[in-house]
Design a protein around this ligand. Structure first.
Ligand code: SF4
Length: 337
């Protein structure tokens, strides 16, 4: 994975009050990257109303600020709570990215300096509950990607390593895990490696790691003692998907370590596609494949589309069959949505 070098850095003045903020600003100043002071990462006037075609360029900007709202949200899928963590947004441009539905063209990477405050909120919840829970980090970003800039994932893993009654979990489409291999995780963190067939990664998940690289990363993390899950997401029913997904499962079977496969937990998520994705992709990446297939899809809430049951249900059966065929019976499905 190539290091992310931003075209510009926008920063809130408060960032200078944090050691990490000072270091990041000094790093980018040294690299002659323009540093632009802003009032709030939510309102960057010069970026707010740029046309959709500027989207891919805006993805090359980095925003530094502080997280204002730190409220843990109950969840019943990958974790018990979603923790708004140290970043939101991303440098990659997956065509279906749900962040585009939240942030529109402003789904560039924002990094928040107040990590101690965020972690303190988690600690308060742990004390309040007094029972073991799983905390999802970075559901609005990709923590492995962010870690290449801040080291915050390693920091969080080591912090969770010292906590009782708490497991951290994160999903990623990136392979830059080397920094995490020596982290003192104490068995308190699990990683879900997010996979798709290589053809889909190439045509849809721009700027992420290849399937091969992601599998290698999962093996390395397993050997470093982490529990590993597979996040098969999102399943996209493009033409020829059956063969593509079967080949992906074959590759998983052949390349994942045997012991890793025996402890696998698997999450399966069918694609939801938003109208903001459609408009922004059409104007900023006009040559990219169109994922809005109105024959196969129905509306799901305002401005969102998902697969109709007559397409989704048989597809789920096929995916379940592939799992039975290519993965050991100890590998369990955690949920399918
Ligand atoms: S890697 Fe995740 S957060 Fe980044 S663009 Fe893709 S789906 Fe969005």
């Amino acid at each position: 994975m190539r290091p992310f070098i931003p075209l510009r850095v926008y920063y809130e003045e408060v960032v200078k009050e944090y050691e990490q903020g000072k270091q990041l600003l000094a790093r980018y100043e040294k690299m002659n990257i323009p540093l632009i002071s802003i009032q709030s990462h939510h309102r960057i006037q010069e970026l707010r109303h740029l046309p959709n075609k500027e989207f891919t360029k805006m993805k090359k900007y980095l925003i530094l600020g502080t997280r204002k709202t730190i409220k843990l949200t109950p969840n019943n899928k990958s974790g018990d709570f979603i923790v708004p963590f140290t970043s939101s947004g991303c440098t990659a441009s997956c065509l279906y990215c749900y962040l585009v539905c939240h942030f529109n063209t402003n789904s560039y990477l924002r990094i928040y300096m107040n990590r101690d405050e965020i972690l303190n909120n988690v600690k308060k919840m742990i004390i309040k509950l007094g029972e073991h829970r799983i905390y999802e980090l970075g559901s609005n970003s990709d923590m492995v990607l962010e870690n290449t800039i801040t080291g915050n994932l390693r920091w969080a893993i080591e912090a969770f390593g010292k906590l009782e009654n708490a497991t951290a979990t994160f999903a990623t489409k990136f392979d830059a895990v080397d920094d995490l291999l020596t982290a003192d995780h104490n068995g308190h963190t699990q990683m879900r490696i997010s996979i798709n067939p290589q053809e889909i990664i190439e045509k849809v998940e721009f700027g992420t790691s290849s399937l091969k690289e992601r599998i290698i990363a999962a093996n390395k993390m397993f050997e470093a003692g982490y529990r590993i899950g597979l996040n098969i997401a999102p399943i996209i029913l493009v033409e020829g998907w059956e063969v593509m997904y079967e080949n992906m499962f074959k590759e998983v079977k052949e390349s994942l370590l045997p012991k890793l496969k025996e402890q696998l937990f698997i999450e399966i998520i069918f694609m939801t596609y938003g109208l903001p994705n459609f408009y922004i992709n059409t104007e900023s990446m006009p040559k990219a494949v169109n994922l809005l297939d109105k024959c196969k899809m129905r509306t799901k809430g305002l401005g969102k589309y998902t697969y109709r049951n007559e397409y989704r249900n048989p597809a789920e059966e096929i995916i379940r069959r592939y799992i039975e065929k290519y993965l050991p019976e100890e590998a369990t499905i955690s949920y399918i949505v």
